[in-house]
Design a protein around this ligand. Structure first.
Ligand SMILES: NC(=O)c1ccc[n+]([C@@H]2O[C@H](COP(=O)([O-])OP(=O)(O)OC[C@H]3O[C@@H](n4cnc5c(N)ncnc54)[C@H](O)[C@@H]3O)[C@@H](O)[C@H]2O)c1
Length: 355
C-alpha cells in the first residue's frame, strides 16, 4: 500500500484551501495548485491565519505552526503534483474542467499515485471516464469548512480498487478525519437525506406553516442540531444548496425543489431569519416536526435499500457532519416501523411517490 506522505490539492478556493489546512494539520507535505495567482494568495493567507489562531488559542506550539507552514508549497502548474502520493481535486464543479484536469494529471503523476475528486454532485464514475487508470480514482467529499468539519465521504465507483480506498482511509486517519464510505450515488450518503430535509423546511414555508426562524427553532429541538436548516443554507449559500437538491431531482418527485427553494436559490438570495420569532402553536410545531422527520426518514430508507452506505455510517455522518443528537436510523429504530411510515406519509401525501 502507498503510504501517503505528500498530497497535492488542485484548486485553492473555499474547499481546496480547507483541504490543504487539514492535510498540513496531519503533518503532510502539501502542494496547492491553482491557475489563479489571486486564489493562491488568498489561500496562503487563510492557511497562515488558521495556524496563527491555533497558536493563539494554545492548541498548537509556535514550533508546530512553523513545521506545518514549512510543509506548504503553492504553484500555478500541475507538474508541481508530480511527486504526490495522492491528489485531491477541488476545482470548479464542471465535468469538462474536472476531466481535463485529471487527464493532464495522469501525464505528470506516478502510476502509484491515487487520485480523488471533491465533487458534490457529479458522478465519480463519469469523471473517471477521463482516466487511463480509473481504478486509482475515488471521491473524497469534504464538508465545508473542510478544516473544521471532521467528516469526509469516501466514494467508491465500480472501478475503484481496494488499495485506493485503503490508502485514502489511512490518509484521512492521519488528518484525524472521520471517513464515511459510500457508493457513487447522487447525494452520496449524507446529502441524500440532508438536502431533502432542507427542502422540506422550504416546503413548510410554501405551505405557510411558519417562518424560517420558527422552523429552525423546531428543527433544533427535534434533531438536537446547533442550528436549523435555513441557517445552514445561508452559510452554504441557497444557490449551492439548490444545485445539490436539483442533483437529486432525478430520483423522483419527492426530491424536486420546493417553490421557495428555487426562488431564493435562483435569485442568489439568502433566507431572512428574524432574531426573535413569535412562538408557534403546538399543532403547527407538530406538523413541522413530522414533516422534517418524514423527509429524512423517507430518503434514509431509500438509501439503505439501495445500499449506498451502512446504517452505522449514515448515523455517524449525521451526528458528526451535521450535529444531529441521534442518527436517523437509530431514531427510526426507536420510533418503530408504524410511526416511521406515518411520518413518511406526511411528506409523501402531496407528491406521488411510493415507499
Ligand atoms: N463550497 C462547498 O461548500 C463545497 C462542499 C463540498 C464540495 N464542494 C465541491 O468542491 C469543488 C470546489 O468548490 P469550491 O467551493 O471550493 O469552489 P471555488 O470556486 O471556491 O474554488 C475553485 C478553485 O478552482 C480553481 N480552478 C478552476 N479551474 C482550475 C484548473 N483547471 N486548475 C487549477 N485550478 C482551477 C479556481 O481558480 C478556484 O480557485 C467543487 O467541485 C464543489 O462542488 C464544494
Amino acid at each position: 500500500m502507498t503510504v501517503i506522505q505528500k498530497i497535492a490539492v488542485i484548486g485553492s478556493g473555499t474547499m481546496g484551501g480547507g483541504i490543504a489546512i487539514s492535510a498540513l494539520s496531519g503533518g503532510l507535505k502539501t502542494v496547492l495548485v491553482d491557475t489563479s495567482d489571486a486564489s493562491l494568495e488568498q489561500a496562503q493567507a487563510r492557511v497562515h491565519k488558521y495556524f496563527d489562531r491555533q497558536v493563539s488559542k494554545e492548541r498548537m506550539s509556535a514550533q508546530d505552526r512553523e513545521n506545518a507552514l514549512s510543509c506548504l508549497q503553492v504553484s500555478t502548474v500541475l507538474s508541481a503534483a508530480s511527486d504526490a502520493d495522492l491528489v485531491v481535486e477541488a476545482v470548479f464543479e464542471d465535468l469538462d474542467i474536472k476531466k481535463s484536469v485529471f487527464s493532464q494529471l495522469e501525464q505528470v503523476v506516478s502510476r502509484t499515485c491515487h487520485l480523488a475528486t471533491n465533487t458534490s454532485a457529479l458522478r465519480v464514475s463519469e469523471i473517471a471516464s477521463a482516466l487511463e487508470y480509473p481504478d486509482r480514482f475515488c471521491g473524497l467529499h469534504y464538508f465545508s469548512p473542510a478544516e473544521v468539519n471532521p467528516v469526509v465521504e469516501v466514494v467508491r465507483s465500480d472501478m475503484t480498487q481496494g488499495s485506493t480506498v485503503t490508502a485514502t482511509l489511512s490518509f484521512l486517519g492521519t488528518c484525524r478525519k472521520i471517513p464515511i464510505e459510500c457508493k457513487d450515488q447522487s447525494g452520496f450518503a449524507l446529502n441524500r437525506f440532508f438536502c431533502p430535509y432542507t427542502n422540506e423546511a422550504a416546503r413548510c414555508i410554501d405551505d405557510g406553516l411558519g417562518t424560517p426562524a420558527q422552523i429552525d427553532d423546531v428543527a433544533k429541538q427535534v434533531l438536537g442540531v446547533p442550528v436549523g436548516p435555513f441557517f445552514v443554507m445561508n452559510i452554504v449559500k441557497p444557490r449551492i444548496n439548490l444545485a445539490a437538491i436539483r442533483n437529486l431531482a432525478h430520483l423522483g418527485p419527492f426530491y424536486e425543489p420546493a417553490r421557495s427553494m428555487s426562488a431564493i436559490g435562483d435569485a442568489d438570495a439568502s433566507w431572512e431569519i428574524s432574531d426573535a420569532p413569535a412562538t408557534l402553536g403546538a399543532s403547527a410545531r407538530q406538523v413541522i416536526t413530522d414533516r422534517l422527520l418524514g423527509a429524512i426518514f423517507f430518503a434514509v430508507k431509500q438509501e439503505l435499500a439501495e445500499e449506498v452506505a451502512t446504517a452505522g455510517a449514515i448515523d455517524l455522518g449525521a451526528c458528526r457532519a451535521f450535529g444531529f443528537a441521534k442518527g436517523p436510523v437509530e431514531m427510526m429504530r426507536d420510533l418503530g416501523a408504524d410511526a416511521v411510515n406515518t411520518l413518511i406519509s406526511s411528506v409523501t401525501a402531496n407528491v406521488s411517490v411510493s415507499h
